[in-house]
Design a protein around this ligand. Structure first.
Ligand SMILES: Nc1ncnc2c1ncn2[C@@H]1O[C@H](COP(=O)(O)OP(=O)(O)OP(=O)(O)O)[C@@H](O)[C@H]1O
Length: 401
């Protein structure tokens, strides 16, 4: 359970007394909640390609995604797996050289007919963006305008969204939004560079809520802050989401973080979805060896300190993808079939997986069956080098697992 103390104008950062983001709902409860919630956004057979001098980069292929109202959908994968490309395609913020080369992205307005966003003109899209979605990027520094006071930026967004609003009411609303993320409204007079990194990121989250969006797209929104601030920001995001009811598409390489905050998680590799599942299922019974590798590379902060297993090898070159499964060259379970035939997505208990050896444990791999015999590299978890490292070490077992 997460408890946040009340805070005054003097306390700019709320004090988290006990912060655990572990979901309190069971898998069954999440499923029932999602089933009872209308569809909000749906991608079908989506392909996104970067058309560059070297050729056509297939950054996303055959993506099917469904987002329900109020859902938190996590998207995880290593660098270059296509997460940001997908987020830009779903939010229709994509720019050349990216092109949507196949498929659709349908938005389901409340009580209205679905709209294929890939078929809208730039003007129609602009209205949809103002009314329905917002985006929080990794760096608030890059997203907030350093030469404008926060007040000006907030008032602009609020009045653009609701043109009937007076400047005074927009200013009052801006103050409320800042207070919602634990920043005193007096800070509206500040420039972004006068705020700490964590406050900038929270101000950006407040700004993203200024238009009452139905979906907030978040691309690594806490990567640029330390682990303590990361936890505070995540707690605040979850509280805001619970009270305002917007849906979130949250992109990160940190699967363990998603296991704590998401309703459902999509795992991407080499531009394709390789597994979708509920957090509990991916935590204890991930079917794809890549999902298990990601989980081992980024353990939760609540776990004892240990040496970490990185996934050996590198993500595939999208311009020169291997035949068969793209993960086969790095997979300890790979067999001949994996190198020849690309696995299709098939249903699992509460999701899908694309793997010829789905669910088999790495230990069960036959001697010589692994494509790469190199021992997995041990890496240090970046999170363990942050301010929480001391705290973790004191509560950790010294034994490596
Ligand atoms: N502007 C671009 N032009 C050409 N190729 C691009 C461009 N942007 C991304 N790509 C390619 O698309 C692929 C997917 O990139 P993308 O940024 O979506 O991955 P990601 O999973 O979000 O990675 P990261 O976590 O590093 O941001 C990569 O191979 C990348 O090189």
């Amino acid at each position: 359970m997460t408890t946040v103390t009340s805070h005054t104008a003097d306390q700019e950062v709320p004090t988290i007394v006990e912060a655990s983001l572990v979901p309190v709902e069971t898998t069954q409860q999440i499923i029932e909640r999602l089933e009872g919630s209308p569809l909000l956004l749906e991608a079908e057979g989506l392909d996104v390609t970067y058309v560059v001098e070297e050729g056509e980069v297939p950054a996303c292929r055959d993506i099917d995604i469904q987002l329900r109202r109020g859902e938190i959908l996590g998207i995880a994968g290593e660098s270059a797996s296509g997460k940001s490309t997908l987020l830009n395609a779903l939010s229709r913020l994509q720019r050349p050289p990216a092109v949507t080369s196949a498929g659709s992205v349908r938005f389901h307005p409340d009580g209205g007919d679905p709209v294929d966003l890939t078929a809208l003109s730039e003007d129609q899209l602009r209205r949809y963006r103002w009314d329905s979605l917002s985006i929080v990027m990794q760096s608030a520094m890059a997203s907030l305008n350093p030469v404008l006071r926060l007040e000006t930026q907030f008032i602009d967004v609020i009045m653009e969204h609701d043109r009937s609003m007076t400047k005074a009411s927009a200013r009052a609303r801006a103050g409320e939004l800042l207070e919602m993320v634990g920043i005193p409204s007096g800070r509206l007079r500040s420039y972004s560079y006068q705020l700490s990194g964590g406050m900038q990121q929270r101000a950006l989250i407040a700004l993203s809520l200024a238009s009452n969006p139905e979906i907030v797209f978040m691309d690594e929104p806490t990567t640029a802050v330390d682990v303590v601030m990361q936890r505070q920001i995540l707690t605040q995001i979850l509280q805001l989401q619970a009270s305002l009811g917007f849906a979130i598409v949250f992109v990160t390489h940190d699967l363990s973080l998603l296991l704590e905050i998401s309703d459902r998680i999509t795992i991407m590799y080499g531009g394709r979805i390789v597994e979708v599942g509920m957090p509990e299922q991916l935590y204890s019974a991930a079917q794809h060896p890549y999902t298990r590798g990601l989980r081992a590379a980024f353990p939760p902060l609540s776990e004892p300190v240990r040496r970490l297993q990185g996934i050996p090898g590198n993500p595939p070159d999208l311009l020169d993808l291997p035949t068969g499964c793209s993960f086969a060259p790095r997979c300890p379970l790979a067999i001949e079939r994996c190198r020849i035939e690309r696995p299709e997505l098939v249903p699992t208990a509460n999701g899908v997986v694309a793997c010829h050896r789905a669910g088999e444990s790495t230990e069960a791999a036959l001697p010589g069956a692994g494509a790469d015999e190199a021992a997995p590299e041990a890496i240090d978890h970046p999170a363990v080098t942050g301010p929480a490292a001391e705290e973790q070490t004191t509560s950790a077992t010294t034994e490596e697992r």
